[in-house]
Design a protein around this ligand. Structure first.
Ligand SMILES: *Cc1c(COP(=O)(O)O)cnc(C)c1O
Length: 461
């Protein structure tokens, strides 16, 4: 028998003492230690205590790193879905702080001293911002879509007419066709992938038609022999047949995007509603720059009915979302053209190339003396989160090529940094796009890069 097989596996307590400095809740640590020790017992060879502790430390570290924590976004994608989409503006953060720790008038009418409506202020101002009769808010845009479909598309009118060019998939697992099916609606596809006309919609309308759905092609674009109907003509058709026209706008740009950066125009809720769309929905945490939310705006009668639907209760937002969204919406309503803001998303979108370039020069200068080749490059950022797929926002990158380790190692160590620094690999360089790195993070980027390169065994920690 091999001697190490005879050696006992240490007790949970003994391992925990050896790992005492880790800042995780004790029950979470105990669970991981037990799991690792159980796995060890099933393995043939038992390592020594130090190796066991090292192995458990890796498992604990993995758990610790999965905790929600700030990261530096060097991808150039402004509303990066994997990185939490829109960073909130200062006003929204202040509102969260004010509301989070105490009681508030969430559902309380301060005038009468009785129960009041939820989010009355937010809905009022949101409707103004969207040029709508009324507006309301649910958890996210997918929820908004489900709620509208459940309410509007039910027997004896279950059918939803949608163009074949708009049966899209957004991100992981969000397919319009599947959302429709899950909502109990029947899909009635019209047109061709590349061309759909008003006549296609007109031919499809019949007794069982519930509504016409338009969906923004968020994450791709079509070019060439393409056609889609004039929105006003489609609205006229819907009106003539007394069927609602619903539009999923996706991104929720409420400003003219082309005035903010050299990018294309993104359709706004104001435009859609003006053209006769009955209800629009869009995300709160994409271009709008607020918290995760699904905003619904349009006809007062329809919005009222949606709020009475039983599903609305299951999809409603909490006070923190209302607080952050109120501040975001008020930021737009208070905003003067030409002034900074009204939130972090638009500030990033508008940052001129010259200031990105000046920062890149300081960063590259600050990294001299390290085993690293650093220089400035041209970047092209993106709005992301499924918005403006055609638009590349000109940007500036810092391109790094370490000389003492390979790129994958370098990127992994930057991800293990405190805070993690996330970039992209392009050819033989690690790229940091400065458009999504806040100026106050530049010094931190330099510190983490230096740590990664000078203490390689510590992985930047
Ligand atoms: C992003 C997007 C959605 C999903 O929005 P969530 O707020 O993430 O639920 C739905 N439709 C379109 C067109 C989108 O771009």
């Amino acid at each position: 028998m091999k001697p190490q097989r005879l050696r006992a596996i240490p007790a949970v307590e003994k391992v925990l003492v050896a790992l005492g400095e880790l800042a995780l809740p004790r029950p979470a640590m105990v669970a991981i230690v037990r799991r690792e020790l159980a796995t060890l017992r099933q393995e043939k060879a038992i390592p020594d205590v130090a190796a066991i502790v090292a192995r458990i430390r890796v498992a604990l570290d993995r758990l610790g790193r999965s905790r929600l924590q700030p990261v530096i976004n060097g991808t150039g994608i402004l509303a990066h879905t994997n990185l939490g989409r829109a960073p909130l503006g200062a006003d929204a953060v202040a509102a969260l702080t004010t509301i989070a720790a105490g009681y508030n008038n969430l559902e309380y009418d301060l005038e009468s001293g009785e129960r009041g409506g939820r989010a009355r202020y937010l809905e009022h101002n949101l409707a103004l911002l969207c040029g709508a009769e009324a507006a309301t808010v649910v958890n996210n845009c997918a929820a908004a879509l489900v709620l509208m479909l459940r309410h509007l598309a039910a027997p004896p009118r279950p059918e939803v007419i949608i163009s074949r060019g708009e049966l899209i998939q957004i991100g992981g697992g969000f397919r319009i066709a599947e959302i429709l099916a899950a909502s109990g609606a029947t899909l009635r596809e019209v047109g061709a992938t590349n061309r759909t006309t008003v006549e296609d919609y007109a031919r499809a309308i019949h007794q069982e038609t519930a509504l016409i759905l338009k969906v923004h092609r968020s994450n791709f674009f079509m070019d060439g022999f393409v056609a889609s109907p004039d929105p006003a003509a489609l609205a006229a058709l819907a009106r003539k047949h007394r069927r609602p026209l619903v539009e999923d706008l996706g991104s929720g740009a409420v400003v003219a995007t082309e005035t903010q950066a050299p990018i294309e125009h993104e359709r706004t809720p104001v435009e859609a509603l003006k053209q006769g769309v009955d209800l629009v929905c869009f995300s709160g945490d994409k271009l709008l720059g607020g918290p995760q939310a699904g905003i619904i705006a349009g006809k007062a009668r329809q919005v009222r009915a949606l709020k009475r639907h039983p599903l609305f209760r299951a999809l409603r937002c909490d006070k923190l979302i209302f607080a952050a969204l109120e501040a975001t919406v008020d930021g737009y309503l208070n905003h003067r053209p030409g002034a900074p803001g009204p939130n972090a998303m638009l500030d990033m979108l508008r940052t001129p190339l010259e200031s990105l370039h000046a920062r890149a020069e300081r960063l590259v200068a600050g990294l001299t003396g390290l085993p690293l080749d650093a220089h400035i490059g041209d970047g092209h950022g993106q709005v992301g989160g499924g918005t403006l797929p055609r638009s590349r926002i000109p940007s500036v990158t810092v391109e790094l090529a370490p000389t003492t380790m390979n790129l994958q190692q370098f990127a992994a160590r930057l991800r293990a940094g405190t805070p993690p620094v996330i970039g992209t690999l392009a050819g033989n360089r690690f790229r940091l796009d400065l458009r999504t790195v806040f100026p106050h993070q530049d010094a931190t980027v330099m510190r983490v890069v230096r740590q990664v390169l000078t203490a390689p065994d510590q992985g930047g920690r």
